[in-house]
Design a protein around this ligand. Structure first.
Ligand code: HEM
Ligand code: HEM
Length: 178
C-alpha cells in the first residue's frame, strides 16, 4: 500500500504534537490563579506553539493541494471514505481556526503577539474589550470541537489498525509500508 509523502508525515506529527502541547498548556495556564512569572511564561510558550502551528498548517495545506494523498483501501465502505474525508476537511479548517482565534483574541485583549520574542505579528485589531469577550469563548469552543474530532480521528485510526488491520495507520507512519 502507498504511503503519504515524507513531508506530509513530518508535518502531520509535528502539528499533532504541537497542538496537544498547546492544548494542555492552555488548560494549565488558565488555571493558575492571579498573575505570576510562571503564568506569563506559559502564556508566551502557548502563543509561540500556536503561531508555529499556524505557520506549519499553511505549509501543510500548500503541500496537500499539490500532492494528492494515497487512495484509501478498496475494502473501505463508501460511507467510511466520506466520513474520513469530511473529518479530514474539518481538521484542516480547525488547525487554522484554533490558532487564528487565539491570535485575534490576544490582539482584541490589547496584547501584541511576538513569536519567540523575536518577530511581532501584525496588529490589525485595536484593543477592544467587547470583541475580546466574544473571541475568548470562541477560542475555547473551537478547541473543544477540535478535541472531540481528534478523539474520533484517533479512535478511527486505532480501529483500522487493530480491528480492520488494513494498514491505514502505516500510511501516516514513517518508514513502514503496512
Ligand atoms: C494550536 C493552537 C492552539 C491551541 C490548541 C490552543 C488551546 C487553548 C486552550 C485549550 C486554552 C484554554 C481555554 C480556557 O480554558 O479558557 C487556550 C487559551 C488561550 N489561548 Fe490558545 N490555543 C492555540 C493557539 C493560540 C494562539 C496562536 C494564541 C495567541 C497568539 C492563543 C492565545 C490564548 C490565550 C491568550 C488564552 C487564554 C484565554 C483566557 O485567558 O482564558 N492560543 N488556548
Ligand atoms: C491534533 C492531532 C491531529 C490532527 C489535527 C490530525 C489531522 C489529520 C488530517 C487533517 C489528516 C488528513 C491528511 C491528508 O489527507 O492530507 C490526518 C490523517 C491521518 N491521521 Fe491524523 N491528526 C492528528 C492526530 C493523529 C493521531 C494521534 C493519529 C494516530 C493515532 C493520527 C492518525 C492519522 C492517520 C492514520 C491518517 C491517515 C488517514 C488516511 O490514510 O487517509 N492522527 N490527520
Amino acid at each position: 500500500m502507498q504511503r503519504y509523502t515524507t513531508t506530509a508525515i513530518v508535518l502531520h506529527w509535528l502539528i499533532a504534537v504541537l497542538i496537544i502541547g498547546a492544548f494542555t498548556l492552555g488548560l494549565v495556564m488558565t488555571d493558575i490563579p492571579g498573575i505570576s512569572p510562571t503564568k506569563l511564561k506559559y502564556f508566551s510558550w502557548h502563543k509561540w506553539a500556536g503561531v508555529t502551528v499556524l505557520l506549519l498548517a499553511t505549509i501543510r495545506l500548500l503541500w496537500r493541494l499539490k500532492n494528492r494523498p494515497p487512495a484509501l483501501p478498496d475494502s473501505m465502505p463508501a460511507w467510511q471514505r466520506g466520513a474520513a474525508h469530511g473529518l479530514h476537511h474539518l481538521l484542516y479548517v480547525l488547525i487554522f481556526a484554533v490558532p487564528l482565534s487565539g491570535y485575534f483574541y490576544t490582539l482584541a485583549a490589547g496584547f501584541p503577539v511576538v513569536w519567540f520574542g523575536l518577530f511581532q505579528l501584525p496588529v490589525f485589531i485595536a484593543k477592544n474589550p467587547a470583541l475580546a469577550d466574544t473571541l475568548k469563548p470562541i477560542h475555547y469552543w473551537l478547541n473543544m470541537v477540535m478535541a472531540g474530532l481528534v478523539g474520533l480521528h484517533v479512535v478511527a485510526a486505532l480501529k483500522h489498525q487493530f480491528v480492520d488491520r488494513d494498514g491505514t495507520l502505516g500510511r501516516m507512519l514513517p518508514g513502514r509500508s503496512h
